[in-house]
Structures are given as C-alpha cells and as structure tokens.
Design a protein around this ligand. Structure first.
Ligand code: UDP
Ligand code: MG
Length: 220
C-alpha cells in the first residue's frame, strides 16, 4: 500500500483536483493507497472540503491541527499516521505533479528506499530566493556531515523502513529533508519541471522560510 501525506494550509481551491488526480493515477498503478490530508489550521474552507471527501471515501484520512503549526509539523503529524509500505509526501497546490508518482513508484519497486523528486527549474520564480537558496545550501553542505540532496524539497517517496526511523526521532524542530538524508538509506532521483501553484497564494512567507532555514542550520 502507498500512503500519501499532504499538508494543506488554505488549499480549498486545490483539494478536489488533487484528490481526483491522485485517484486517477492510482487507478492506473493498481495498488492500494490511503490519502492523509493534514489541515494545518486553515482559515478558509479546507476543513469542510476535507471532511466532505472523507465522508465519501474511506481511503481519505484527515488530521485537523488546532492551529497553524507550519509545514514540517503538519508533515510530521501525517507521517505518524501513515500505514503504507511506502509513503509519498507532497504539496497540495499541484506544484508537485501527481503524474510524477508512477516514476517514483517504479524506482521504489526497483529497490530504492528514498526517491527524491528533483527540480530542474529550481526557484525560477524569484532572483533573490534563488540566490539565497544557493548560498544557504552551500553553507549548510560545508558544515554538515550529511550529504544533502540538491534541488529537492519535501516531494519524495520513502520506504516504510525509512519512515520508521523518521518517526522514531524525537526532534521537535524538524528539518525533514535533512533527517531523511541522514538515515543513509539508498536513494535516487526523478527530475521534473516545477510548475507554478495552481490556485491560491504561497503560504511560505519569508518568516516561515527563514524559520525552516534556521531549523536546518541550527537544529538539524
Ligand atoms: N503548508 C502548511 N502549513 C503552512 C504553510 C504551508 O501545511 O504553514 C502547506 C501548503 O498547503 C502546501 C505546502 O505546505 O501544501 C507547501 O506550501 P506552499 O505551496 O505555500 O509553499 P511554496 O511552494 O511556495 O514553497
Ligand atoms: Mg507551493
């Protein structure tokens, strides 16, 4: 079985499309799956939309967080619930195209424990974000003993053996992409061009991004 872990913060306009696209895809792949959505304290209709889905489809499981805890915390909550033989974490705004999943699934079947989706047009959107990200990862890689994968976010597949390690880690300020790499399991990549967000606004404000960066640098 495949588990999907999808944090959603004010994603009311994307939830149904996301659900439909994953369902179609899994119909082609022909494997069991569960869809875990984590409502990270949304202030729009994400709550109602998710409850509606869960009412009609037993494969859909939902965690409603009491407030906005942030992307990494939402992912962590979902990973704790995942029961699959492999788990795919992805964004809810269709920037992580569901169609890439069959490629990731294939690599897992070939025996890789971690499959990263790697962005070919990383941060094409904003010159400063791109420059900042380049400098950040260069510094992080110089200080860290862990070989960090380049140009990847939190769109990846992990085997349940990796999941077990991640779930056993007691860290509170979690930098998941670092922690996954740290486990040392076999890994590979599938490349893709990252599209723009389908609907809504990016919730990764500069302060949230800075906090993620600080967690990576100081806590991880
Ligand atoms: N997200 C979340 N909590 C937050 C911010 C974002 O759960 O506080 C989710 C969001 O719904 C999306 C994913 O994390 O599924 C990535 O967020 P976003 O698309 O805003 O980030 P960007 O793609 O701009 O880096
Ligand atoms: Mg996005």
């Amino acid at each position: 079985m495949l588990s999907f872990v999808i944090p959603a913060y004010n994603e009311e306009k994307n939830i149904e499309t996301m659900y439909a696209r994953i369902k179609t895809l899994m119909h082609e792949i022909k494997d069991e799956f569960e869809l875990i959505f984590i409502n990270d304290g949304s202030s729009d209709n994400t709550f109602e939309k998710l409850n509606d889905l869960a009412k009609h489809d037993k494969k859909v499981k939902i965690i409603h967080l009491t407030r906005n805890f942030g992307h990494q915390a939402a992912l962590t909550a979902g990973l704790k619930l995942a029961k699959g033989d492999a788990v795919i974490s992805m964004d809810c705004d269709l920037q992580d195209p569901p169609e890439l999943i069959s490629k990731m699934y294939q690599k897992w079947k070939e025996g890789f424990d971690i499959v990263y989706a790697r962005r070919l047009n990383y941060r094409k959107d904003n010159f400063f974000k791109k420059l900042g990200s380049k400098i950040y990862y260069r510094i992080l890689n110089n200080f860290s003993f862990v070989d960090m994968p380049r140009n990847v976010g939190d769109f990846r597949l992990i085997d349940k053996a990796v999941l077990q390690e991640i779930n056993n880690m007691p860290e509170h300020s979690r930098y998941l992409r670092g922690m996954v790499a740290w486990t040392g399991f076999s890994h590979t990549y599938v490349d893709y061009h990252r599209p723009d967000r389908a609907e809504g606004e990016s919730a990764y404000s500069l302060s949230k991004l800075a906090r993620l960066g600080m967690d990576g640098m100081f806590n991880f």
